[in-house]
Design a protein around this ligand. Structure first.
Ligand code: MN
Ligand code: MN
Length: 297
């Protein structure tokens, strides 16, 4: 057993364990997605399996439909069922804080080319990733691949690094051509996630928010709000969580109040601004000297 670049052997093992668990969970979740099944059933199954197979969720299971690209997760008692939808499933788990993040698109709508465009862009980039590669060139590959299918990449979403208990760090992996990005180093752990859309390629914030993370701990007087904050600090630390995760009366109201007080940061659902359909493909990789190891393969 040996390390990779800046990662110790132990850190590599944690990343591998997280990736292996995630692969199983994401496949199971994708298998469940069909008309008549609720979003909540899939999210709760996947999150229960996360607690069996890993140490916890890196973020709530994201279930994004059609023009939604990210940050959508069911609310408490959500009865929404899958229909003839384009469904992006995005799941993150951690083992001892080391994160795996992967996504797949389940097509109940009949958009195979759109799904393939994101997958092909991801596969093309995975062939290029190695220490010394500039992330700008990866963005060029993503954009060119998706455009070759006649679609547009979502330009204002990007891949990212992951660090212990931090699901979104540098380096940034753009989904479009940029002159200069960041140079990858051996031991960097990055999530690469091209999004392809039939729209113009920009997401904006929708009205719903179900995902939050801790912004700043402070004293709060309201009892439920205080219990929510204490659970967040203890269980989720800085990782994003869902307002439905609290087994407390009026927790969702307390979460909203904590957001207003600056204790929590909310992540509104991101939607393609022209209403385009969005597909997504994502893997987490460890960058090596001559390529990468896909932890979520
Ligand atoms: Mn993801
Ligand atoms: Mn990601």
């Amino acid at each position: 057993m040996s390390g990779i670049g800046s990662l110790s052997a132990e850190e590599v093992e944690h990343h591998r364990a997280a990736g292996e668990a995630l692969r199983t969970i994401l496949d199971e979740a994708a298998e469940m997605v069909e008309p008549g099944v609720t979003h909540l059933e899939v999210a709760e199954h996947a999150e229960a399996r996360i607690h069996e197979l890993a140490d916890g969720a890196a973020f709530p299971v994201n279930i994004s439909i059609d023009d939604e690209a990210s940050h959508a997760t069911p609310g408490q008692d959500d009865k929404t069922e899958f229909g003839e939808d384009l469904v992006c499933l995005d799941v993150g788990v951690h083992v001892n804080g080391y994160i795996a993040d992967a996504a797949t698109t389940v097509d109940l709508r009949g958009e195979p080319d759109l799904v393939e465009a994101a997958e092909a862009a991801l596969n093309a980039v995975l062939d290029e990733v190695a220490a010394g590669v500039d992330t700008g060139t990866l963005g060029t590959t993503i954009q060119e691949t998706i455009e070759s299918y006649g679609y547009t990449p979502v330009l204002n979403l990007s891949g990212h690094g992951v660090e212990q208990y931090d699901a979104h760090t540098g380096p940034n992996i753009p989904n479009r051509a940029v002159d200069r990005g960041q140079v990858l180093e051996a031991g960097d752990v990055v999530a690469i996630e091209p999004f392809a859309t039939t729209g113009r390629g920009k997401v904006g914030e929708g009205s719903a928010t179900e995902i939050y993370s801790l912004e700043r701990e402070r004293s709060v007087r309201d009892r439920t709000a205080r219990q929510v904050m204490e659970q967040v600090v203890e269980k989720y630390r800085t990782l994003p969580f869902a307002s439905r995760w609290f087994d407390l009366m009026r927790a969702e109201m307390a979460v909203r109040r904590l957001e207003q007080q600056g204790v929590l940061h909310g992540y509104p659902v991101l939607k393609e601004t022209t209403g385009g359909l969005v597909s997504q493909a994502e893997h987490t990789v460890i960058v090596t000297e001559d390529g990468c190891e896909i932890t979520t393969a």
